[in-house]
Design a protein around this ligand. Structure first.
Ligand code: HEM
Length: 292
């Protein structure tokens, strides 16, 4: 999620601070990508490496950063994934440990071990049937064509803003049955949650905790409104299915629905936007791959 540097005050750390060899510091990622790639490829030669943490100060003292293991290869990743007794997700899955208030909005399926994880997974799998996925595939294709057509008509674009950011936003919002009038709002709030250490999204870095909590709360309120409108309604969006899903007499509580919703809109937006953007960079750099 958010990363800062040792000894940082409440202000955004200058890019020169911190340890550029430690991937839990922002400065690691702010370097030229050839340097980042060199370090990542060195990391991949080890099954796991531990990177020491640091302590935030002042307004951010409630955030603990005890350090993190980097597990860059397939076999150890499988090992970690299959042994929740040792490698638990239930203590949180982000590099920074946030204060307990965060649980209300961010304690979703990603931060659970079995049996809680299995229960939630059974309930949400109602929304991922082959029929739902076929519908989603059509929606992805339609939205992608529309976005490319819009850009072609104009003859130029900012690829990140006009293509890479727009596609996942529309897909995820459409999937969740969020009205188009709220799409920009969802985009802005999810940027605060995942990009809070970036001055472009949260100018007052000192208010990071409040900014993230407020964004979580406003997305949770939006989910409540959308969910309310779906009760008893037969509709094909994921929120309708989740609101009305029942497995062995159990339903998702409103709090579970809200944090699942926040996870989906946040996880679905930022990850894919970056993957599409970097995809274009690498296709541009690798002509043979681009031709394929
Ligand atoms: C390039 C795109 C994406 C990347 C790189 C990515 C990466 C990840 C990773 C690494 C995890 C596991 C985290 C952990 O075990 O602690 C995860 C989990 C998850 N992601 Fe993604 N993700 C992407 C796209 C998406 C999209 C589009 C959605 C939804 C619309 C999504 C929803 C989720 C959910 C719900 C989980 C939790 C699953 C569980 O705990 O059972 N992700 N993602």
């Amino acid at each position: 999620m958010t990363v800062a540097t040792p000894g940082s005050t409440a202000k955004p750390p200058p890019a020169t601070e911190g340890d550029p060899r430690n991937p839990i510091h922002n400065v690691f990622w702010r370097r030229h990508r050839s340097e980042v790639e060199e370090d990542l490829s060195r990391l991949r030669s080890e099954p796991l490496t531990f990177f020491p943490g640091f302590q935030f100060v002042d307004e951010l003292a409630g955030i603990k950063t005890p350090g993190a293991w980097v597990v860059p290869r397939h076999a150890p990743i499988l090992e970690v994934s299959r042994k929740p007794q040792i490698y638990s997700s239930a203590q949180g899955v982000t590099i920074n440990d946030f204060p307990p208030e965060f649980n209300e909005y961010f304690n979703s399926i990603i931060a659970m071990d079995d049996p809680r994880h299995a229960r939630l997974r059974r309930l949400v799998s109602a929304g991922f049937t082959p029929r739902m996925l076929a519908r989603l595939e059509d929606s992805v294709r339609d939205q992608a064509s529309m976005i490319v057509d819009e850009v072609c008509e104009r003859g130029e674009c900012d690829f990140v803003t006009d293509v890479a950011a727009r596609l996942p936003l529309r897909i995820v919002c459409d999937l969740m049955g969020i009205p188009a009038s709220e799409h920009d709002f969802v985009f802005d709030q999810s940027n605060i949650i995942l990009g809070a250490a970036d001055e472009e999204y949260v100018p007052e870095f000192g208010d990071l905790i409040t900014a993230i909590l407020t964004a979580g709360e406003s997305l949770s309120r939006l989910m409540d409104d959308v969910a309310e409108s779906k009760v008893g309604v037969e509709s094909e969006d994921l929120t309708s299915i989740l609101v009305n899903a029942e497995v062995d007499g159990e339903r998702l509580t409103r709090a579970e629905l809200a944090s699942f919703f926040i996870l989906l809109v946040v996880a679905g937006n930022e990850t894919t936007r970056n993957a599409i953007s970097w995809g274009l960079v690498y296709l541009t750099d690798n002509d043979d791959q681009r031709r394929i």
